[in-house]
Design a protein around this ligand. Structure first.
Ligand code: MV4
Length: 449
C-alpha cells in the first residue's frame, strides 16, 4: 500500500479522501490555493503545499505545480477527487511519467469516454443500447439535416467534447435545425476548442439513472447498483437517490448488465459511473460514462455499506476488489441533498461570504459531508457546494422523512443556501410519489410559487 498520497482537490471531497487515507494508514498531502489557507483539508492533512492564486486556473488546474508538490513531499499516489483534473487524460499521463500512481483509470480509458461521440460508437459496438442518432460526429450541414430527418424530430445536438449537458441544443423541427446546428458547433468550439457535435433523438421527459461500476487490474468488473439523478436544475443535480423508484428488479438487472458490459468494453479500472436515460416506456439508453468518483457516491455507500474511496485507493495499489463475489447486497433507501451557497430567490445566484452559524443535523441514518464551519468564509472562486446531506432509511418513506427533519434542523447563517428549497421538495407530492423525471424542477417551481 502507498505510504503517502497527495490530494489534488479541495472542499468536502478533499476531506473525504483524508479520512479514507487515515483508515488505510496512508499519510496525506493537501494542496491549496491562497483562498484556501483556512480550509479544513489543509488543517486535517499531514502536510500542505500552497500551489498558487485563488483562481482554479492558477492553482488546482496547474498540473506541473501539483506534480512538484508530490515530488517535494515524497507522495507516491495522487487522488484527483472530482472536477478539476479528475478526467484530464493528460494529467493522468503526467502522473504516470512522473512515477506517481493516479488514483483512477488509465489515460486511454479516460480518453475513450471523454470524447462522447467516440464513447457512443464504442458502446454500440459492445452491444450497449445508445440513443438512436448519428454514428460519430457530423460536420456537414446538408448531411446532418438529412440524418436529423431520419432520426426524427425533436433532435438533440450535443458537443462531443461536452458532457453533463454542456453545449446541448434541441432542434424541434426541420426549419430550426440549421440554426441550432450552427449554434451548437460555434458554442462547442468556443467552450472546448472542439466544434465536433453529434445527433441524438430527443427523448421525452426521460429519467437520469446511473450505475456505479468498479473494475480492478485483475480484470474483475462489477456494478454497485443505481442512483436516480433526475432532479436537476440547469444540468446541476440537486437530489440523488438509490434505489431508483422507477426500476423493477428485471430492469435493474438488465441495466446493471449493460453497465458492466460498458466498463468491460474498455477494460475499465477504478470507480466509474455509467449514465443512462430511461424513457417512460422502460427503454434505456447509454449517454455517457464518468471516469471518476462522483459527488453522489455516498448514496451508494449508504445502501451497500462499502467505502468507495478506500476501494479506489486499494484498486490503484493493484489490490483486487474487496467486494464479495456475486450480486452485491443493498439495504434500504438513501437520498442525497446537495446544499449549495446559492440564493433560490435570486435564480440560484452564488452566495459566497462568511458563515456566521453552522449547525448540522444528526441522528440515525444521517450523514453530512462538508468542509465548512461557523466562521468559515465561502470563497467566490469555486463551485458552490458547501455540504452534502445523505440520509438513509429502511424504506423510501423513512428516508424522505429523515431528510425533511434533517433539512429543517440544519442551520446555516450569514449566506443564502438551498436548504429551504430542498426542504420544500421533500414535502412535494410528486417527489413523495417518486414520480420524478427531467421536468421535475420546472414543474415543482410552477406548483410551489
Ligand atoms: C438528453 C435528453 C433527452 N434526449 N438526451 C444529458 C446530460 C444531462 N445533464 C442532460 N441530458 C439530457 N440528454 C437525449 N437524447 C434530456 C437531457 C436532460 C436531462 C437528463 C437527465 C436529467 C435532467 C435533464 C434535464 C434536461 C435535459
Amino acid at each position: 500500500m502507498f505510504r503517502k498520497l497527495l490530494i489534488a482537490n479541495r472542499g468536502e471531497i478533499a476531506l473525504r479522501i483524508v479520512r479514507a487515507c487515515r483508515e488505510l494508514d496512508i499519510a496525506t498531502v493537501a494542496v491549496y490555493s491562497e483562498a484556501d489557507q483556512e480550509a479544513l483539508h489543509v488543517r486535517f492533512a499531514d502536510e500542505a503545499v500552497c500551489i498558487g492564486a485563488p483562481r482554479a486556473a492558477q492553482s488546482y488546474l496547474k498540473a506541473a505545480r501539483i506534480i512538484a508538490a508530490a515530488e517535494i513531499t515524497g507522495a507516491e499516489a495522487v487522488h484527483p477527487g472530482y472536477g478539476f483534473l479528475a478526467e484530464n487524460a493528460e494529467f493522468a499521463e503526467i502522473c504516470r511519467s512522473s512515477d506517481l500512481v493516479f488514483v483512477g483509470p488509465t489515460p486511454d480509458q479516460i480518453r475513450a469516454m471523454g470524447d462522447k461521440a467516440v464513447a457512443r460508437e464504442t458502446m454500440r459496438a459492445a452491444g450497449v443500447p445508445v440513443v438512436p442518432g448519428s454514428g460519430g460526429t457530423v460536420s456537414d450541414e446538408a448531411e446532418a439535416l438529412k440524418l436529423a430527418g431520419e432520426i426524427g424530430y425533436p433532435v438533440m445536438i450535443k458537443a462531443t467534447a461536452g458532457g453533463g449537458g454542456k453545449g446541448m441544443r434541441i432542434a424541434g423541427y426541420e426549419g430550426s435545425f440549421p440554426r441550432h446546428f450552427a449554434g451548437a458547433r460555434a458554442e462547442a468550439e468556443a467552450a472546448f476548442g472542439d466544434g465536433g457535435v453529434y445527433l441524438e433523438r430527443c427523448l421525452e421527459r426521460p429519467r437520469h439513472v446511473e450505475f456505479q461500476v468498479f473494475g480492478d487490474v485483475h480484470g474483475r468488473v462489477l456494478h454497485l447498483g443505481e442512483r436516480d439523478c433526475s432532479i436537476q436544475r440547469r444540468h446541476q443535480k440537486l437530489v440523488e437517490e438509490s434505489p431508483s423508484p422507477a426500476l423493477t428488479p428485471e430492469l435493474r438487472r438488465r441495466m446493471g448488465e449493460a453497465a458492466v458490459r460498458a466498463a468491460e468494453a474498455i477494460g475499465y479500472v477504478g470507480a466509474g459511473t455509467v449514465e443512462f436515460l430511461l424513457d417512460a416506456s422502460g427503454e434505456f439508453y447509454f449517454i455517457e460514462m464518468n471516469t471518476r468518483i462522483q459527488v453522489e457516491h455516498p448514496v451508494t455507500e449508504a445502501t451497500t455499506g462499502l467505502d468507495l474511496v478506500k476501494e479506489q485507493i486499494r484498486v490503484a495499489a493493484g489490490e483486487p476488489l474487496s467486494f464479495p463475489p456475486g450480486e452485491q447486497a443493498h439495504h434500504g433507501h438513501a437520498i442525497e441533498f446537495r446544499i449549495n451557497a446559492e440564493d433560490p430567490a435570486r435564480d440560484f445566484a452564488p452566495s459566497p461570504g462568511l458563515i456566521t452559524t453552522f449547525h448540522q443535523p444528526g441522528g440515525p441514518g444521517v450523514r453530512v459531508d462538508t468542509h465548512v464551519y461557523s466562521g468559515y468564509r465561502v470563497p467566490p472562486f469555486y463551485d458552490s457546494l458547501i455540504a452534502k446531506l445523505v440520509v438513509w432509511g429502511n424504506s423510501r418513506r423513512e428516508a424522505v422523512v429523515r431528510g425533511r427533519e434533517a433539512l429543517e434542523s440544519f442551520v446555516v447563517e450569514g449566506i443564502s443556501t438551498t436548504i429551504g428549497y430542498l426542504a420544500r421538495i421533500t414535502r412535494d407530492e410528486g417527489f413523495l410519489g417518486g414520480d420524478v423525471d427531467t421536468s421535475f424542477v420546472e414543474a415543482f417551481q410552477d406548483r410551489s410559487s
